[in-house]
Design a protein around this ligand. Structure first.
Ligand code: FAD
Length: 520
């Protein structure tokens, strides 16, 4: 085993190579490097460029999974809400959900039992419990159809999904991990106690590294990596399920969300998004194409519009949709346990590991199937519980109490921190100060640097994006392209017109050239 700063692994080798820079890969890399292992992570595109940025952006227990008796998963996920609020209070925020009662779908007693379990399955200190609500009065019922008079309110959390990934990668790097974006693992073979892996960058340059253990966290490509990179004859336990979301102009006032029951027994979320919008999702459709090009179908758009229009007084129409995105869930399919094998909604959202090698002296391989954003930290701990003894690393977890970058607010609540931040930079427009706080937390000071006015933040690309922030993202967060910045580091995509994109692309090209000159 190697310890930080003093590594046993020679140049070109590491203790652990992680394939995949989604939430599960970066979570495992962070946990492993914090236990003193020398870690390399490779991601073929940008961090969070696949499923981990196409989610409903919820840290949630998953009320619906109680119906499928997934008590282990729900308990773990409920507990993680509080842990993640503690370590990442800047990007995770409490969210109240309104569940309008529809007696034709689920009786009230069943919902009350479900919510009682939801409130009590795991320890809860930061989030309020559930209660009934009279929808005839107040903001919760205001946008809904008049015949909906009764409902329930319960707590979960919202998260900036792609930033959760980036922050884990940043912390892993700060602790000594090598994070290689735009670098694919193109081949790997086991030779006794070592893996020999070929990593290929976007420029076609390859390097070979040796690793004592390999983690395959390639999400929807997990079996692809097994078959075409590792050439193993794995049994295919992966079930790909596409989920799509639509975004429409804001449907209602208030910062609560809705959970709507559908006659097909599924549920659809309606969530405030980026101030001016409402996010609606998701669908569950069996998928067998390339996960990189998943896109919403007209049928999915219609389904989501109908789901909302069943409850909201003002119908939502496909022509209201300003943006949509789709992701592919890499679910573990244990046909034996799945009671409705043809229904993608009932495939478990829990995670499963496939571990080979290790005990017999051969280099271990751990493949990750399934999982949720919510449980990524526990998934990583469980992965290390399996790998740490094989790599002679500490078996005790440490990530539950270690803030993610920017998450250490010096004991202040996020509200108090935001007030102080705005007070320290009174020249920052309120919405920009708030965006910095909720994206970067205490690292917001690094973004602002010594600027004392908007002009000192440098070139303005539009929508409150200035050169200083872009420089920070390129220097500290592996951002390279306009899309890295607009879709995954900031989520300003909906505000960005072509002129803004072009300006940003031009700046990135110039910056890249000057960086290259500085190095040479
Ligand atoms: C529609 C939808 C909504 C969801 N909503 C929620 C939610 O609200 N809350 C929640 O908790 N969970 C949610 N989930 C689940 C959650 O998003 C996923 O479980 C999680 O993001 C999976 O992360 P991952 O790291 O396994 O996969 P990914 O994020 O897909 O990461 C895998 C990475 O591996 C890379 N890769 C592949 N092959 C290689 C290679 N050869 N070399 C290098 N890199 C490679 C890919 O480029 C990719 O970036 C949702 C999922 C979907 C689809």
């Amino acid at each position: 085993m190697s310890t930080r700063g003093e590594t046993a692994a020679p140049e070109g080798s590491c203790d652990l190579l992680v394939i995949g820079g989604g939430v599960n890969g970066v979570g495992i890399a962070r946990d492993a490097v914090g236990r003193g292992l020398k870690v390399i992570l490779c991601e073929s595109r940008d961090l969070a460029s696949a499923t981990s940025s196409a989610s409903s952006k919820l840290i949630h227990g998953g009320l619906r999974y109680l119906e499928q008796y997934e008590f282990r998963l729900v308990r773990e996920a409920l507990a993680e809400r509080e842990v993640l609020l503690g370590i990442a209070p800047h990007i995770v925020r409490p969210l109240r959900f309104v569940l309008p009662h529809n007696a034709t779908l689920r009786p009230a007693w069943m919902i009350r039992i479900g919510l009682f379990l939801y409130d009590h399955l795991a320890k809860r200190s930061r989030l309020p419990g559930s209660h009934g609500v009279d929808l005839r009065h107040g903001a919760e019922g205001a946008p809904l159809k008049q015949e909906l008079t009764k409902g329930f309110v319960y707590s979960d959390c919202a998260v900036d999904d792609s930033r959760l990934v980036v922050l884990n990668a940043m912390d892993a790097a700060a602790r000594g991990a090598e994070i290689l974006t735009r670098t694919a693992c193109t081949a790997a073979r086991r030779e006794g106690a070592l893996w020999h892996a070929t990593l290929t960058g976007e420029d076609g340059q390859s390097r070979t590294i040796r690793a004592r253990a390999l983690v395959n966290a390639a999400g929807p490509w997990v079996t692809d990596v097994l078959q075409h990179v590792l050439h193993s004859n794995s049994q295919d336990h992966l079930r790909l399920v596409q989920g799509s979301h639509i975004v429409v102009p804001r449907l209602y006032d208030g910062d609560h969300a809705y959970i709507l029951q559908n006659p097909d027994e599924r549920i659809v979320f309606v969530i405030p998004y980026q101030g001016a919008y409402t996010l609606i999702g998701t669908t569950d459709v069996a998928y067998d194409g390339d996960p990189a090009v998943a896109a919403i179908s007209p049928a999915e758009t219609t389904y989501l519009c109908l789901s909302v229009s069943r409850y909201f007084a003002k119908p939502v129409r496909p022509e209201d949709v300003v943006w949509s995105y789709s992701g592919v869930r890499p679910l573990y399919d244990d046909a034996a346990q799945n009671t409705s094998p043809n229904n993608p909604s009932t495939v478990t959202r829990d995670y499963v590991f496939d571990l080979s090698g290790g005990i017999d002296g051969t280099a271990p391989l751990l493949s990750v199937f399934g999982g949720k954003l919510t449980t990524y930290r526990r998934l990583a701990e469980h992965a290390l519980e399996k790998l740490a003894p094989l790599l002679q690393a500490p078996t005790k977890g440490w990530t539950h109490a270690a803030p993610l970058p920017g998450g250490d607010l010096g004991g202040a609540s996020i509200t108090a921190f935001a007030r102080d931040f705005a007070g320290r930079h009174p020249w920052l427009p309120a919405d920009l100060a708030s965006r910095y706080v909720h994206s970067y937390g205490s690292l917001g000071e690094m973004v602002v640097g010594d600027a004392r006015s908007l002009a000192e933040l440098g070139e303005h690309f539009g929508a409150g994006l200035y050169a200083r922030e872009v420089e920070y993202l390129v220097t500290h967060e592996w951002a390279r392209s306009p899309d890295d910045i607009l879709s995954r580091r900031t989520k300003l995509l909906l505000e960005a017109d072509t002129a803004m994109r072009e300006k940003l692309a031009g700046w990135l090209a110039r910056y890249g050239r000057s960086e290259a000159r500085a190095v040479s």
